[in-house]
Every structure is written in structure tokens, then in C-alpha cells.
Design a protein around this ligand. Structure first.
Ligand code: NDP
Length: 780
């Protein structure tokens, strides 16, 4: 045989990883697993089998948690939390380092167990899942060490309920547990029913590491257990899974005061330009859609390829697909392992079989006769509205279509309800970097895909959820400002029967699209001073006025595109113009509120405008230290259109404290002014009109907060809703926001010191921006 013949006929031999150690560990628990509560395993109870999807064999029997189990896990976490927080950052860091080291020491056992339980190739669990999980614990050990210095003024939330899916069982556990523990929280975590084993092994590691009892609690079971955790006395819910369940959790927790982060589904575009290195882009696709059998929330599952190279690209892709090896996940030569469960495989098959459009190509790879497998599949020629182009398949199925121009690529890419990730392939840096800000996605990979690291934030926009995991931004999800705020009581408007002092009746209007507008309903109400004198009439806005205001805000697209320098200038100008009319505003405030604090409030409002003018071009993004030859940019982007119910108690300062950071960061706002004291806001129109604020950037409505809140919260073109009203609308806002999963920030009936430090600063700037991580590898 010649060398050439050997090369041509050479095939892979099997290279199986030994499962002996993992099977021995499972054998130690042959009588079943209990839960891990208060530092020890409970006695196994009635439960369910966990199977190896590669062959259907039962691996272990797990316990279905009861309400009593969840209650005792939450109680253990509650009891442990105070002491854990008091241990201090450096004390907690030592525990996190110990956990990271033990994960490293038992890396092989974790990897094999993960592969047995989930069906993912051992190459992936060994080289990606487990090292990244370790990295999260190491990184957050450092965050714990630095907490007192870098998170000054913030403290732990308390007890966190955490619910994770089956696609990255150990990795999702580490994404949840590491930052929570670092910041001084304790946790009750529920792994997915299909894949609980590495979480239970992790519990064992917690015991070995001497982690104080009650700090980590793990309960197993199905979605009902998840629901029990959501309903439990916890301070935060962190969830990763389907958009459907995430939305249900948003609705259930509405108005409860529980903090919430949701990392949900995606249909991430994978955009290939004609000047891309096509072979690299094909290889990237192998990682994008066939990594973990496509059961990846950020999978590049929607291929968009430029028309001129489409046929060539598809041809190369099909050839590569035929070379993919599907089989025993423990075999180190395998590219694609088993699908997690027959239920998931059937769901994939149902979606693919139900499609009647385009052209379907299945890889020529042979599948094992036994076990739960699905062939790599490519479906091209789909229309943008096709179900398979819009819905998450969550399997090894790539769907695709073509585009002609970069702007068409952006349009197609953003034509989805999701916004998790995107990949852009082009050898032209101008094209690639021009695309990144235009894509609605929390993560953008340039000439790469599925790059993940603890130092880089990960999370979505739109219906892919909210909140970030990893990086500095991930910490805010596990901390809150120190101190107990005072309860906020409802502030009522004054009533009266006296006419205006000067005999002239003044009826204010709404401010929409840069113009004063009569309210749609034509109604207004009298605003009276404390002594009952009529100060003026304020319009009562209705849902139609909100719609008009949102439309005007959406149309003001130039504002986010304007330079930060220009936005700063407009804010300075607003500050100067308000300052010039200080006396008039002071009198108005004093008359409306019946206090003498007007001058102080105007001063603070002017100062706040100058402060956010200063921030406009200084709130930087940064470059993250990820293990990559290249950079991961954490870019701050505006949230979009923010609807806000302004505080009742500080009619001018409250409005300015919300408007200024929002517009400084490039957002457009629809503000419902102080409900009882609306006239400072209507006077403010003139300041806006004389300060070069482009039409539609600031829209102001007056009216009843309880009536305006539901429309703002459910409006599909509003991206975030904030409420600082003294009317209790938290539940309405959060429940209404579940529809398009908009970001919410509600006061939960707690007061804020608008004059003092809490009325300004980082919290507002953070809420006004979202971090987009853009990965830019470089080098030949
Ligand atoms: P789910 O969203 O149902 O599951 C995620 C986690 O939530 C699991 O631990 C699950 O428990 C639990 N859960 C289920 N129902 C509730 C509930 N009402 N309240 C609280 N917790 C609950 O995802 P599935 O596993 O059912 O997968 C379905 C689809 O979701 C997939 O096909 C895929 O499209 C998408 N998905 C997205 C993921 C992502 O990373 N974004 C991850 C996984 C799935 P249990 O153990 O019973 O499943």
C-alpha cells in the first residue's frame, strides 16, 4: 500500500473514553439520589430515572422534590445567608477557589458524567463545558475578593432560586452559582429533570470543599419543582430555559419584589458575506449549529449567505456535513453525540417534517442503530416568515436563505422576536464592524462563533430575555444597594373649589413629537394648590395618546445615532435654559406641593442635567480580558424607547432624573409626569422647545398613572418601562411587560431620595443601557 492509498482509505478508529470512574460513582448511589439540603444529602424518595440518551440505559434514580423539600431548602439557604455575607469577600473567595480547584481535580469525572447524562460528545464536555465551569468559579472568586472595593454601596440580594436547563448542565450551574455566591447570596438550584447528575456531583464537591452548610442547596425534579421555587420566599429568580416558561415566570413574579433575570431562547443569525473566508465560515458553522447537537440557546441556527457565493457555500457545507461523525458521545472521534431525550428528538423531527418549503439536505453520516440521534440537516431557500426561520428548533438543523446587500442582511437578521447572538463573517473589517452595532443581539461574534468566557457578559435582548451573566455587568444581577428604603405612600392631588388667582384659566397640553398636542379624549382636570386655588388644567392622556407618543419616539431614530458629544450639548443647553427660568419653576413647585422646597428642587434638577450631560460621552464600554487572541468589546447601547411613570413627590426633579440619563445614553422617552403635581412637567415643554431637543426624543403625558401603566407596559414598541409612581403599579407593569419581555424597573412601593445620592448615578445609567459583547478575534 502506498502512503497515498493509506491516506485515501484511512478511517477513524474508535477512541472511547473510559466511563469506569463515573459508573463507579453512580454505583455508590445505586439506591438513588436525594436532594442536597443544608449541607447533606436527604434520603432518596419517590422519583424518576435519569437515562443515558446514547443507549437508553438507566444511570440513576432521582428524587422528585416535594413542597416540603423546597421549603426546607429555602429555609436552609435563608438561615445560612447572613453569615455567608458577613464572611466578607475575601473569605468567600477562598471557598470559591476551593470549589474551582476541586472542579479541576475531578474534571475527567465531571466530563464523563456530563456526557453520559446529556449525550454531548466527550470532546465538548472535556474541552468546553468543564473548563468554562472552572473558569467561572475562578473568575468569580476574584470578584468576591474585590467586592468590597468594586461594589461599594452594594450588598447581596439574599436567597436566590435558580432554575437551569439540560443543554449545559454543569456550565449553567456555574454561571448561576458562582456569581451568586461571590456576592454573598445563598442558593436553591434546580437542575433539569433530564440532566441532574453533575449538579449532584457538584453538591458532593461542596461538601468536600467545606462550604458552609445551607449556602448551596440542590433539589431535583420536574417543572413543578421549578414552579415551587418561583413561588417560594426567595429574593431572586435566575432562569435559563425556554421563552415560554420564562414569560410565565415573569407573570408569576410580577409585583412580588423578586429580582429576575431570564436567559431564554434564540434564533441567532449566522451571516456570511461574499468576501468571507468561506472554508473558515463552513468550519465555524460546524461549531455554530452542530456544537452540542444544536441544542444551544445561542446556536447560529439561521444561515444568511450573500447571494453571489450561496451555491458555492452550500456545496462546501454539504460536503462538510457528510464528513461529520455522529455516534457514541464517549468516543473522542465523534463530532455530534446524542440528542438529550427522545422527547426532544421527536420535537425536532416534528418541526422538520412539518416543513413544506425549501430544500432539505440530510448529512450522509450514518447514525448508530440504537440511541437517540438526529442527522445534521440543512434546509435552504426558506422565506423569512417561514416557521423554521422564526422558531427555535433546538437540534442539529440549520435553516438558511440568501441576501444581496448588507442592509438586507441586517433586516433579515433582525427579523426575529429573539435577540441573543449573531455571527458575522467577512474579511473586510469595515463590513464586519459596521454590522455589529446594527444587529439586535446581546452577543456578536466576528469571524467566529460560540465564544464564551466568564469575563464577557452573555445575555439577550427582546424575547431572549434580560440580564447578563458574566463580566462586571453580571454582578448587578446579584446585588442591590445597601440599606432598607422607606415605604412610599400614595401622594394625593389637592382638591379645591376656588378659581385661578388671576382669573385666567390655563389649560396645558401634552407634548408629543416635539409639539404640544391636545389629549385625544379632550379631557383635562383641575390642578389645585394646597389652599384650594386652581393653578391650571392638566390634560388626561389615554391609550391613544400613548400610542402617538410611542410612535413619535420610535420615529426619532436619529437620536441614538447622534454623537454622544451632541447629546451632551443638548443636555447642557437644557440645564442652562432651566436655570434661566429657575424662579418661575420654583414658584410653580411651591404652589403645587404646598412646600418651600421648590428652589432646592430646581437647583438639583439643573445640576442633574449638567451631571448627565457630563456622563453622555464618558460612560465608556470596555475591553474584556478573555482568553483569546483578539478583543471582546463590552459596548454600551441604548435600550430603545423607555416608558416611565415619574415620581409623584418630586414633580420636576423626578422627571429630570429619569429623562436625563435616558436621553444622555441615546434612548427616547415617553414620560408620564407626576400624577398629582403635573404642571412643572407641562411648563418644562418650553425648556425642551428652546433647547434643540429633536422632535420625538422626549414625549410627556399627564394623567392617571394607574390608567396609563397597562398601556405603556403592554406596548410592543416600548423596550423598557420604569415606574417610580406612588401609585402601586409594579404588578401591572411587570405582568404587562411579559408580552414582549421588555425590561422593567419598578419601585415596589419603596421611596427614593431624589435630592440625594440615590436620585442620580450609575444605577440609572446602567438601566438606560444594555451591554453588547462584540468578539473580534484577530491574526491570520
Ligand atoms: P424549559 O424552559 O421547560 O426548562 C428549563 C428549566 O425550567 C428546567 O429545569 C425545567 O424543568 C424548568 N421548568 C419547566 N417548567 C417550569 C415552570 N413552569 N416554572 C419553573 N421552572 C420550570 O425547557 P425544556 O427543557 O422543556 O425545553 C423546551 C424548549 O426550550 C427546547 O426545545 C428549546 O427550544 C428551549 N430551551 C432553551 C434553552 C436555552 O438555553 N435558552 C435551554 C433549554 C431549552 P424540567 O427539568 O422538568 O425540564
Amino acid at each position: 500500500m502506498t502512503v497515498k492509498e493509506i491516506f485515501e482509505t484511512m478511517d477513524y478508529g474508535p477512541a472511547p473514553e473510559s466511563a469506569a470512574e463515573a459508573l463507579a460513582w453512580l454505583a455508590e448511589h445505586s439506591d438513588g439520589f436525594g436532594h442536597f439540603i443544608d449541607g447533606r444529602f436527604t434520603k432518596p424518595g419517590a422519583g424518576f430515572d435519569s437515562r443515558n440518551p446514547a443507549n437508553g440505559n438507566v444511570l440513576a434514580t432521582l428524587t422528585q422534590a416535594t413542597q416540603a423539600d423546597v421549603d426546607s431548602a429555602v429555609a436552609a439557604a435563608r438561615a445560612a445567608q447572613g453569615k455567608w455575607a458577613q464572611l466578607g469577600g475575601p473569605g468567600r473567595a477562598r471557598h470559591l477557589y476551593a470549589l474551582a480547584r476541586l472542579l479541576q481535580k475531578h474534571a475527567r469525572l465531571f466530563a464523563v458524567l456530563e456526557t453520559l447524562d446529556n449525550g454531548k460528545p466527550i470532546r465538548e464536555s472535556r474541552d468546553i463545558d468543564v473548563p468554562l465551569a472552572q473558569r467561572h468559579f475562578y473568575y468569580h472568586a476574584g470578584m468576591a475578593q474585590l467586592m468590597e472595593k468594586t461594589q461599594a454601596g452594594r450588598e447581596a440580594l439574599g436567597v436566590c432560586g435558580q432554575i437551569i436547563p439540560w443543554n449545559f448542565p454543569l456550565l449553567m450551574l456555574s454561571w448561576k452559582i458562582a456569581p451568586a455566591l461571590a456576592m454573598g447570596n445563598t442558593v436553591v438550584l434546580k437542575p433539569a429533570e433530564y440532566t441532574s447528575l453533575t449538579a449532584l456531583l457538584f453538591a458532593d464537591i461542596c461538601r468536600q470543599a467545606g462550604l458552609p452548610k445551607g449556602v448551596v442547596n440542590i433539589v431535583t425534579g420536574d417543572g413543578d419543582v421549578g414552579r415551587m421555587i418561583v413561588d417560594a420566599d426567595v429574593d431572586k429568580i435566575a432562569f435559563t430555559g425556554s421563552t415560554e416558561v420564562g414569560r410565565a415566570i415573569r407573570e408569576t413574579t410580577a409585583g412580588s419584589g423578586k429580582s429576575l433575570t431570564l436567559e431564554l431562547g434564540g434564533k441567532s443569525p449566522y451571516i456570511v458575506f461574499e468576501d468571507a473566508d468561506l472554508d473558515s465560515a463552513v468550519e465555524g458553522l460546524v461549531d455554530a449549529i452542530w456544537f452540542n447537537g444544536g441544542q444551544v440557546c445561542c446556536a447560529g441556527s439561521r444561515l444568511l449567505v450573500q447571494e453571489g457565493v450561496a451555491e458555492d457555500f452550500y456545496r462546501r457545507l454539504r460536503r462538510r456535513m457528510d464528513g461529520l461523525r455522529v455516534g457514541d458521545p464517549l468516543d473522542k472521534c465523534i463530532d455530534i453525540g446524542a440528542i438529550v431525550d427522545p422527547v426532544q428528538r421527536d420535537s425536532i423531527a416534528r418541526m422538520v417534517d412539518g416543513n413544506t418549503e425549501g430544500e432539505t439536505y440530510r448529512s450522509a453520516a450514518t447514525l448508530p442503530a440504537k440511541g437517540c440521534y438526529y442527522p445534521p440537516t440543512l434546509i435552504t431557500g426558506l422565506s423569512p416568515a417561514s416557521t423554521l426561520m422564526q422558531d427555535e428548533i433546538f437540534g442539529p438543523v440549520l435553516v438558511g436563505t440568501t441576501f444581496r446587500t448588507p442592509s438586507e442582511a441586517v433586516e433579515l437578521a433582525n427579523n426575529t422576536r429573539y435577540g441573543l447572538a449573531a455571527s458575522v463573517w467577512s474579511e473586510n473589517i469595515n463590513v464586519a464592524l459596521d454590522m455589529a452595532p446594527k444587529l439586535v443581539a446581546g452577543v456578536v461574534w466576528i469571524n467566529g462563533t460560540n465564544m464564551l468566557d466568564a469575563a464577557a457578559g452573555f445575555g439577550g435582548m427582546r424575547e431572549s430575555g434580560f440580564g447578563r451573566e458574566g463580566g462586571w455587568e453580571g454582578l448587578t444581577a446579584y446585588t442591590k444597594p445597601i440599606g432598607k428604603p422607606k415605604p412610599l405612600t400614595k401622594i394625593e392631588a389637592f382638591t379645591g373649589d376656588k378659581g385661578p388667582e388671576d382669573g385666567i384659566d390655563r389649560t396645558a397640553k401634552l407634548y408629543i413629537g416635539g409639539k404640544q398636542a391636545r389629549p385625544d379624549g379632550g379631557y383635562s382636570r383641575g390642578v389645585y394648590s394646597k389652599s384650594g386655588t386652581l393653578l391650571g388644567q392638566a390634560p388626561i392622556a389615554n391609550r391613544k395618546d400613548i400610542r402617538n407618543a410611542v410612535e413619535a419616539a420610535q420615529a426619532a431614530k436619529g437620536w441614538p445615532a447622534a454623537t454622544a458629544h451632541l447629546r451632551a450639548q443638548v443636555l447642557y443647553y437644557l440645564g442652562e435654559n432651566l436655570s434661566a427660568r429657575a424662579e418661575e419653576f420654583t414658584n410653580r413647585l411651591n404652589q403645587m406641593t404646598g412646600t418651600r422646597t421648590g428652589a432646592k428642587e430646581v437647583d438639583a434638577a439643573v445640576d442633574r442635567l449638567f451631571t448627565y450631560a457630563a456622563w453622555a460621552d464618558k460612560l465608556d464600554g470596555d475591553v474584556r480580558s478573555v482568553p483569546l487572541r483578539g478583543v471582546a468589546l463590552a459596548m454600551r447601547e441604548p435600550v430603545g424607547v423607555i416608558g416611565a411613570l415619574c415620581p409623584d413627590e418630586a414633580p420636576l426633579l423626578g422627571l429630570v432624573s429619569i429623562m436625563a440619563p435616558a436621553i444622555a445614553m441615546g434612548n427616547r422617552v415617553v414620560l408620564a409626569a407626576s400624577d398629582p403635581f403635573p404642571l412643572a412637567a407641562t411648563d418644562f415643554y418650553q425648556v425642551l422647545e428652546t433647547s434643540d431637543v429633536p422632535a420625538g426624543v422626549v414625549n410627556i403625558l399627564t394623567g392617571n398613572h394607574a390608567e396609563l401603566a397597562p398601556t405603556l407596559a403592554t406596548h410592543a414598541d416600548v423596550n423598557a418601562v420604569w415606574s417610580f409612581s406612588s401609585t402601586d403599579v409594579a404588578a401591572t407593569v411587570e405582568r404587562g411587560a411579559a408580552g414582549n419581555l421588555k425590561r422593567t424597573w419598578v419601585n415596589n412601593r419603596q421611596s427614593r431620595d431624589w435630592m440625594g445620592e440615590k436620585g442620580e448615578g450609575q444605577t440609572f445609567l446602567d438601566a438606560a443601557t444594555e451591554i453588547k459583547t462584540v468578539w473580534v478575534p484577530y491574526g491570520a
